[in-house]
Design a protein around this ligand. Structure first.
Ligand code: NAD
Length: 263
C-alpha cells in the first residue's frame, strides 16, 4: 500500500473524473473513496481513462453503515465494484463500527469471504476503537490490515497507534491536514515550514510520513494536489517533530466512533 494516497471525500461525482485524473497525473497511485462519497463512478472513469496498469494502482473503497450485515455487504460490494468498473479492490473498509447496530462482526465475515474469493486484496476497518478491534480479532480469522482513523496534529491518537502496532494493523490517517482548517495556520507549523522552505501542508504530511502513518490528503486544486505529494525529498528533525507532537489536543473534527450510528 502506498504510504501517501489521494482522498476524495466531498468531491462531487461529476468532478471526480477530472480531480482523480489530476491526482494520477501528479503521481498518486492510491485512491481512497467510499460508497457514501457517491463518487465511485467518476473515480472509476478516471482510473479507466488513465491507462495506468491496474496492478500499479491501489484502490480503497468503504462499506456504508446501512449496508452492514452479511448478505447486505455482499450486495453492497457488488455495487461498489460495478460503479468503479473494477474486478477487485485493493482494500475494502467497514466505514464505521456503529456498535449499536451490532453487525460489524457479521459484516467482516462477508469481507473475509470476498477476500478468500480474491475480490478484495486486503480487508480492514475505519473508525474502530481498540475495543471494537479486540472483539473483531477474537471472533474472526483475518486481522484487519488497516484501521483508517481521524488523525492529525490536534488529534494524535497515541493509544490507538500503539494498539495497532501491537496487532500488526497499519494506521491510516483521515483528515491528515485537519481539513485544512486552523491547523495550517498554527504558528509552530508555519515556522517549521519557513525553516524548510516548504508549505504548512507539506510539513504536516511529512510529520505523518515520518511517524509511519498512511495518509490520504484531499484537494480539488491542481497546485495543492501536486504540493501534497511532493513530501519525499526533505526531512523534519527531532526538534520539528517534538514541536508538532506538542500540538496534541485530543480534539476531534468528526464524530465519536463509540456513538456515531449514521444511517
Ligand atoms: P484533509 O485533512 O485532507 O483536508 C482537505 C482540505 O484541506 C481541502 O479540502 C482543502 O481545503 C485543504 N487543503 C488541502 N491541501 C491543501 C494545501 N496544500 N494547502 C492548503 N490547504 C489545503 O481532509 P479530508 O478530506 O477530511 O480527509 C482526507 C481524506 O480522508 C478524505 O478525502 C477521505 O478520503 C478520507 N476520510 C475518511 C473518513 C472516514 O470516516 N473513514 C472521514 C473523513 C475523511
Amino acid at each position: 500500500m502506498p504510504q501517501l494516497g489521494f482522498g476524495v471525500w466531498q468531491v462531487p461525482d461529476a468532478e471526480a473524473e477530472t480531480v482523480v485524473a489530476t491526482a494520477l497525473e501528479a503521481g498518486y497511485r492510491s485512491i481512497d473513496t467510499a460508497a457514501a462519497y457517491d463518487n465511485e463512478e467518476g473515480t472509476g472513469k478516471a482510473i479507466a481513462r488513465s491507462g495506468i496498469p491496474r496492478e500499479d494502482l491501489f484502490v480503497t473503497t468503504k462499506l456504508w453503515n446501512s449496508d452492514q450485515g452479511y448478505d447486505a455487504t455482499l450486495r453492497a460490494f457488488d455495487t461498489s465494484v460495478s460503479k468503479l468498473g473494477l474486478d477487485y479492490v485493493d482494500l475494502y473498509l467497514i466505514h464505521w463500527p456503529t456498535p449499536e447496530r451490532g453487525l460489524y462482526v457479521d459484516t467482516y465475515k462477508a469481507f473475509e469471504k470476498l477476500h478468500a474469493d480474491g475480490r478484495i486484496r486486503a480487508i480492514g476497518v475505519s473508525n474502530f476503537l481498540p475495543e471494537h478491534l479486540e472483539r473483531l480479532i477474537a471472533e474472526t480469522s483475518v486481522v484487519p490490515a488497516v484501521n483508517q482513523i481521524e488523525l492529525h496534529p490536534h488529534l494524535q491518537q497515541h493509544a490507538a497507534r500503539e494498539y495497532h502496532a501491537e496487532q500488526g494493523i497499519a494506521t491510516e490517517a483521515w483528515s491528515p491536514l485537519g481539513q485544512g482548517k486552523g491547523l495550517l495556520e498554527v504558528p509552530a507549523i508555519v515556522a517549521i515550514a519557513r525553516k524548510h522552505g516548504r508549505t504548512p501542508a507539506q510539513v504536516v504530511l511529512r510529520w505523518h510520513i515520518q511517524l509511519g502513518n498512511v495518509v490520504i490528503p484531499k484537494s480539488a486544486t491542481p497546485s495543492r494536489i501536486k504540493e501534497n505529494i511532493d513530501v519525499f525529498d526533505f526531512s523534519l528533525d527531532a526538534e520539528d517533530l517534538a514541536a508538532i507532537s506538542a500540538l496534541n489536543e485530543d480534539r476531534r473534527l468528526g464524530p465519536d466512533p463509540a456513538a456515531f450510528n449514521g444511517a
